[in-house]
Design a protein around this ligand. Structure first.
Ligand code: ADP
Ligand code: ADP
Length: 230
């Protein structure tokens, strides 16, 4: 069986700067892969390439065996299958939590309003925000906004979720509530690729740790061997 998500000798340049160098990585269905490494090593770029926020210049990225890096691949279909959450929450400021979550399902998937709303309410309940359905982003804490962003990504029923330093902009006391939502998702079997500095999360929730340095994967392993090796 194919891995769910495959990076096959991926190369990425920004101008002359070679930021991903022959990166090959298989993400198995239901696995939580945590990508760690120094700032500037290419972690964020790797995730952004998987969501086609960046184009690659060599190699291929496949989902379910199908190329998603091919310029002819439909970006809208692809983004329904790969959800992404960012460091900055990127919510629509003039829409409520529920409207943020239902917008894409209505516009992109063409769901009826009542179907999209029922599903949106269910997802916001799942991230612990059933009391905040009608709140606007500026009425929510950073942790609550990030949980709305997670619910919004889940609303497209993605096969894979990408998390790019989603707790890095949060006050320390709000980090736990977001990690808890991610942990629950992992327990439910969501396939996840997570860039984070939260080593506790990496150790406890990660199935596999991938260490990047200067645009390359320099080590991969299970959290146990990774964190306990001398
Ligand atoms: P990390 O997530 O590991 O901190 P990034 O993927 O953000 O690393 O960055 C990898 C390298 O690519 C860095 O040298 C960074 O400066 C460069 N880079 C990232 N985005 C761009 C961009 N849009 N234009 C030019 N260089 C970029
Ligand atoms: P993060 O660590 O969350 O990736 P960065 O500060 O590295 O944030 O990057 C923020 C934005 O700036 C990203 O869109 C990234 O692609 C872009 N960027 C990063 N490095 C460079 C660079 N050297 N030149 C141009 N854009 C860059």
């Amino acid at each position: 069986m194919n891995p769910l998500l495959e990076f096959d000798e991926v190369n990425k340049y920004f101008g002359e700067t070679h930021v991903l160098k022959d990166v090959s990585l298989d993400i198995e269905d239901q696995d939580v892969t945590v990508v760690v490494g120094p700032s500037g090593s290419g972690k964020s770029t790797l995730l952004r390439c998987a969501n086609r926020l960046e184009e690659i210049q060599g190699g291929e990225i496949r989902l379910d065996g199908e190329s998603i890096s091919d310029p002819k691949a439909d970006i809208n279909v692809l983004r329904q299958r790969i959800g992404m959450v960012f460091q900055s929450f990127n919510l629509f400021p003039h829409k409520t939590a529920l409207e943020n979550v239902t917008l894409a399902p209505r516009k992109v998937r063409g769901l009826d309003d009542d179907v999209a709303e029922a599903r949106g309410e269910e997802l916001l309940d799942r991230v612990g925000l059933s009391a905040q359905l009608n709140s606007y982003p500026n009425q929510l804490s950073g942790g609550q906004q990030q949980r709305v962003a997670i619910a919004r990504a889940l609303a497209m029923d993605p096969k894979v979720m990408l998390f790019d330093e989603v707790t890095s902009a949060l006050d320390p006391e709000l980090v736990g509530e977001v990690l808890e939502v991610m942990r629950t998702l992992a327990d439910e079997g969501m396939t996840m690729m997570v860039v984070t500095h939260e080593m506790g999360f990496a150790r406890e929730v990660g199935d596999r740790i991938v260490l990047m340095s200067d645009g390359r994967i320099v080590e991969t392993g299970e959290p146990k061997q990774f964190f306990e090796s001398p």
